[in-house]
Design a protein around this ligand. Structure first.
Ligand code: NDP
Length: 257
């Protein structure tokens, strides 16, 4: 039995990744932010939704699934979460750094504390989780895989995404160094650059890209499963000679016109 730790697995792309990996027989441990610091009621609502997803994954795919809240802007939560995942699953074979968000706005208007928070979630946490996963995999002699979720905005600058774009570029660059470090241990590390992925009917990004003069050649937005399928491929034996790479999954969005 193989196991996967997926950050931000309770919704959107992360849920798609959890579902595809569970379909392929992985036991899953996912994290969610859950509003633990936003008050009791918010926390209970998010926890109930996450628990419902756990049940749905267990029943639909006949695997084990666990979840735990972790706010990656909080130092202590990052340190605890890997240990909790190991306690629940014994071994971690796959780490997917997916949790993330982006504040859009001009750099001139951005507060330094907002930059710090975004840095904690988008870059610092993935680096620390890769560190913990690497030590765990090496100690247990697991020839595991790590996948980092970047963004097309790492490769192409758009206005209003200076912080997000540069942190995602940092994550994709880190992927290469960590792949070099861990290759000799049989651990592969790759990244995915999603394009315009529809995660909620309310979050329609196509007009944003159209306004930037970019259309999607495949003529549809991506789905969380499109990203989940790519994660599953990268973690499979079919990808056993692929490491340190970033695979763009964007329906051709960034192709030169
Ligand atoms: P969603 O907003 O749907 O989900 C974001 C996930 O990250 C949720 O699970 C959320 O938890 C979690 N998260 C947010 N902030 C924190 C935090 N402070 N601590 C811990 N967890 C947190 O986003 P998407 O599914 O769209 O995005 C997933 C990843 O894909 C992100 O890294 C994003 O940057 C990247 N991406 C998305 C694209 C898209 O078009 N959708 C395009 C390119 C990249 P909770 O639900 O509890 O708040």
């Amino acid at each position: 039995m193989k196991t996967a730790l997926v950050t931000g697995g309770n919704r959107g792309i992360g849920e798609g990744i959890c579902r595809v990996l569970a379909e392929r027989g992985y036991d899953i441990f996912f994290t969610y932010k859950g509003g633990i610091y936003d008050g009791e009621e918010q926390f209970r609502n998010e926890m109930e939704k996450a628990e419902a997803l756990v049940q749905s994954i267990c029943n639909e795919y006949n695997v084990k699934c666990f979840c735990k809240e972790a706010d990656f802007t909080k130092e202590e939560d990052v340190e605890k979460i890997f240990q909790t995942a190991v306690e629940k699953m014994g071994e971690i074979h796959v780490l997917v750094n997916n949790a993330g968000y982006g504040i859009e706005g001009k750099l001139r208007d951005t507060k330094s504390e907002d930059i710090d928070k975004e840095y904690f979630v988008l870059l610092r946490t993935p680096l620390l989780l890769m560190k913990h996963a690497a030590n765990h995999m090496i100690e247990k002699e697991i020839r595991g895989c790590m996948v980092n979720i970047g963004s097309v905005r790492a490769s192409r600058a758009f206005p209003i995404d200076c912080i997000y774009g540069s942190l995602k570029a940092g994550l994709e660059r880190a992927t290469q160094s960590v792949a070099l470090e861990l290759g000799p241990y049989g651990i592969r590390v790759n990244a995915i650059e999603p394009g315009c992925i529809q995660v909620s009917p309310l979050k329609e990004m196509v007009p944003f890209y159209e306004n930037m003069g970019r259309n999607i050649p495949i003529e549809r937005t991506g789905t969380p499963r499109d990203i989940g399928n790519t994660v599953a491929f990268l973690c499979s034996d079919d990808a056993s000679y692929i490491t340190g790479q970033t695979i763009r999954v964007d329906g051709g969005l960034l192709l030169p016109a």
